[in-house]
Structures are given as structure tokens and as C-alpha cells.
Design a protein around this ligand. Sequence first.
Ligand SMILES: Cc1cc2nc3c(=O)[nH]c(=O)nc-3n(C[C@H](O)[C@H](O)[C@H](O)COP(=O)(O)O)c2cc1C
Length: 378
Amino acid sequence: MASNPDPKPNPMLASPNRMKLGVFGLNVDCGCAITTAPERLRGDDWAGNLEVAKIADRAGFEALIPVGRWRGFGGKSNFNGICFETYTWAAGIGALTDQIAVVTTSHVPTVHPLVAAKQAATVDHISGGRFGLNIICGWFGPEMRMFGGSMMEHGTRYDYADEWIAVAQKAWTEPSYFDFKGKFFNVERGFAQPKPLNKPVLVNAGGSPRGQRYCAQHCDVAFLIMNQASDETMRQQVQSYRNLARNQFSRDIKVWCYSYVVQRDSLKEAQDYLDYYVNQYGDDEACDNIVKELGIQTGIFSPEQAEQFRFHFKAGWAGVPLVGTPQMIVEQFERYSQIGLDGICLSWLDYRTGITDFVAGVLPLMEQAGLREPYRPA
Ligand SMILES: Cc1cc2nc3c(=O)[nH]c(=O)nc-3n(C[C@H](O)[C@H](O)[C@H](O)COP(=O)(O)O)c2cc1C
């Protein structure tokens, strides 16, 4: 007997909400905040992960997107060093939630596409068709060198990822045996059953022209680090992704970004809290290590630009700030919706308290503002 012949569509694509919501980085130590503040997220707290995932699920959030990480960035916090592996994490979360999309974040050089495709199909069955895959090519040298001693040159990484996804797509769709012969993969009489219940939602966060092209060609959701110079730069950034997908590949893609949230009863309290965990407890050494790696490996930031983003990096991996009272945060959501974003993945210093306050204080105001429809769990 087939296990779930009639799955609901994946909410990342099917949700009618004007501003979709996700939780980002729940599986890694510190989440997105590069700090040693004691209430930071712990990367080995499964019970805590599950609690936050269930709160997000019952509140109608659309996605849980983990960070793909294999080692930390040093400093006092060894930022992200302790972390859960994302396919197995998604399987556990998928089994214990009802409606939210469960995404894995996968460095393609670390896993054969047939293994990944099988894991993806398994998580999709466990979750009833809620699987998504965030495709990462790898940019952190020491991390990638854990898997074979070298890191591919930037363009080659994406050539490899092109073939990787072609093999995975065959595994997800070919009804019987299939062959694949490319530069990197050679599959003889490949076979993969069961197929996923829903077509896996593909996500990518490439920032370079090659990365953007990859995303536009293959993926359903672009997951951006925003150029926050002005609203106009952000609008252009979002639009250029959509245009690339539409004009070059006749595809429509959704565009999401990510944010750090500091919600308090007054702006002053929120700013004081930011100062506390970013300036007083921020881990500058870990931050420097990340900025250096990003600058050297991807060229998306010059060292000078990266310095300007330093505060944002420590506050929440250079996401867009959602800081202030619930009303102020909703106004920011409206602004990002006007810019053209479909969704934002949230992070906090303390995820459990943060999401609890968010659901109680911000979500009802988002509904009143027409950004989201009220959600009642079945
Ligand atoms: C929102 C977002 C999430 C990302 N998540 C991860 C991750 O979990 N693990 C990782 O190694 N890289 C991650 N990256 C890095 C990207 O995959 C990509 O390598 C980076 O943005 C540089 O782009 P490029 O590869 O086009 O040069 C993320 C980037 C962004 C913007």
C-alpha cells in the first residue's frame, strides 16, 4: 500500500501568505548570532530544537531551514562548531511536525547525489511531502578540506553542482533504471525508489553571478543575503533574480532573505539588548574568521565592505534587522514585502523565548496588516 498518495503541497510554494516565515539556523551552536552571550542557542539541544520547531509549525510558519556546517569558525564561541547534520535533523523534525516545510542544507561535495536523493525522498515520506533542499557548493576552505583534501575552484563548484542536481532529478523522476555520464558523475543503471511524494522544493543562496545563474536555472527559492545599502538596491537585487529566472530560463522563482529579530516593548530596550549581545559579548575573532573566508573565497564582499557588515554579522550573520516593538517589526515586514520579498527566515539570540514572544506579539499584527492569514492548527 502506498504510504501517502495524496500529500498536501509544500507550504514554501503553496502558502497564500504575502510574507512567508521561516526559522533559520536552529540546528547550529549560536544560530546566526556570533556571540558568547550565555542564552545563545546550543547546537546539541535536540529537545530545544524540537520545541522551537513545534511552536513554528503550530503558528503556521512555512519553513525550517538549517545551516549546513561541519566545523566551527574558531574564536571563543567556536561559532557553529557544535551542530546537527541536516538530513537526519530534518527526518526527526519532519516526523514530529504537521505542516511546516523541513529543509536540509547540503554541501554537494560531501554527499553523492544518489545518496542525497534517497535521503530526500525518505524525509519527504516521513514528513508527508514537506521536504526542501538548500543546495550549497561549499566556500569555507577548512570545512571542505575535511572531505578529500581540496576545494574546487569557484566556477567548477557550480559545474559540479549542475551535474549533482541532474543526477538527483533523475533519481526523483526516472520510473526505472537510468544512466548518467558526465564530467563528475558516472551512473550505470541507476535506480531510486520510492520517489518523493512532492517534487522537492529546491533552494539556493548563491550570491555571485554564477551562483545566481545556478539558482535561477534549477531552484524554486532564492535565499538572499541582502545588499542593505538602500531600499532601491534591495528592490533591484530581488528583481534581478526574478528577471534572470524568467528571461533566461522561463521560470518563476520565490525570493526569501533572512533576519535577526530583537523584539522588546520599546526601541531603546531592543537596542540595549543588541548592544549587550553584539558589542559586549560579540565574538570578534570568529567574526573575523568568517569575513576573511567569505571575502577570499567568494568575492561578494571587499574587505572594506565586510568591515561595515561586521555589526550585522555578529547580530545575525548580516541578515536584515527586525528590531524594536512588535508594531515596528510589522512595519519592517511591510517594507520588505513592498521591496518584493516573498519570505523571511528568522533567527534570534534565544530562539525559544524569541519565537514565543514573536508568535504572541508580532504574528497577530501581521495578520491585521494583511501580511498573513490567521492560521489555526488542524
Ligand atoms: C541565506 C544564506 C544561507 C546560507 N547557508 C549556508 C549554509 O548553511 N552553509 C554554507 O556553507 N553556506 C551557506 N551559505 C553560502 C552560500 O551557499 C554561498 O556559497 C554564498 O552565498 C556565496 O555565494 P557564491 O557561492 O555564489 O559565491 C548561505 C548563504 C546565504 C545568503
